[in-house]
Write a protein that binds this ligand. Structure first.
Ligand code: C2E
Ligand code: MG
Ligand code: MG
Ligand code: MG
Length: 284
């Protein structure tokens, strides 16, 4: 924390200020540079989408594709969304431009797959808190569905718990409008956010996505297995679909099937790939 760093620097003596302040300035400068580069990235087509299968365990069918944003910068190379999304979120209009672009390209792709005669595959798009806070998301979703003549149930939005819990005025109403439109709502990274679960009864959520930190070492960690089982039971009682994320081994698939989890996503089924590869591997 910046204040703490300053406090410690002061406590260490006046000269140390000169050591801490430049480090903070450098980080701020790096973030501003990334923001500048991201604005260019949109215009210069450095952004692209990858798709990862979401599978029904009982049938092995690919029902959906999570859309994951990729950025290849000419000098910096590939930059992870874990790094650039939080930086984009600091600039509201930047995150909204990027989010709008992702939504539009995702629906364009879903339409292209339908036109090519592939079985319907839902696109599952990550939505930032910044997008939900803005007042254009609902209209933008309606517009894009309309423009690509996409049935609304072919679009799913992944929101994290912090987004769903945020008491930002209007957030709940926006989620209800999206659900009324027929768009599905999934709770991403479920279990890592807030401890209050009351939003699950107040908001029209369709799906819980068990966070991969619980799924990964569930076999060796009984506490994580207990959490995963509790989430599966809760989903059953509340009539919510439950999908496990980060499934990497057949052992995990067996465990999830035996414990009543119906859907899964992870490297075991396939890594995120380009639309072309996704077609070849999962739709043909
Ligand atoms: P997320 O939405 O929870 O996405 C899941 C992440 O886990 C993805 O990382 C995916 O590649 C990775 N993953 C999937 N299966 C496995 C597995 O079996 N093992 C392991 N180790 N990892 C797996 P990725 O693509 O790097 O994305 C990271 C995060 O960046 C996403 O987490 C999401 O929060 C954010 N993100 C990505 N694309 C977008 C976007 O278009 N909009 C927004 N707002 N956020 C995005
Ligand atoms: Mg996600
Ligand atoms: Mg997740
Ligand atoms: Mg995540």
């Amino acid at each position: 924390h910046a204040d703490t760093a300053m406090y410690q620097a002061k406590a260490l003596g006046r000269n140390n200020m000169q050591f801490f302040a430049p480090a903070m300035n450098r980080r701020a400068r790096e973030r501003r540079e990334l923001q500048r580069e991201l604005r260019k990235a949109l215009a210069e087509k450095q952004l692209s989408l990858h798709f990862q299968p979401q599978v029904e365990l009982a049938t092995g069918k690919v029902l959906a594709a999570e859309v994951l944003l990729r950025w290849r910068h000419p000098r910096l190379g590939s930059v992870s969304p874990n790094r650039f999304i939080p930086v984009a979120e600091e600039r509201r209009e930047l995150m909204i431009s990027i989010g709008d672009w992702v939504l539009e390209e995702s629906c364009r792709q879903a339409r292209a797959w339908l036109d090519a005669g592939y079985p319907p595959v839902r696109v599952s798009v990550n939505v930032s808190m910044v997008q939900l806070r803005g007042d254009s998301l609902v209209d933008h979703v309606a517009d894009v569905l309309d423009r690509f003549r996409l049935p609304p149930n072919q679009l799913q939005l992944e929101l994290t718990e912090s987004v769903l819990m945020s008491d930002v005025a209007g957030a709940a109403d926006r989620i209800r409008s999206l659900e009324k439109m027929g768009v599905r709502i999934s709770v991403d990274d479920f279990g890592t956010g807030y401890s209050s679960l009351s939003y699950l009864k107040d908001l029209p959520v369709d799906e819980l996505k068990i966070d991969q930190t619980f799924v990964h070492d569930l076999a060796s960690d009984p506490d994580k297995a207990a959490i995963v089982n509790a989430i599966i039971r809760m989903g059953q009682s509340l009539n919510l679909r439950v999908i496990a994320e980060g499934v990497e081994t057949s052992g995990l698939v067996d465990y999830l099937c035996a414990n009543g989890c119906e859907y899964a996503q992870g490297f075991y089924f396939g890594k995120p790939v380009t639309a072309k590869r996704f077609e070849g591997r999962f739709l043909s």
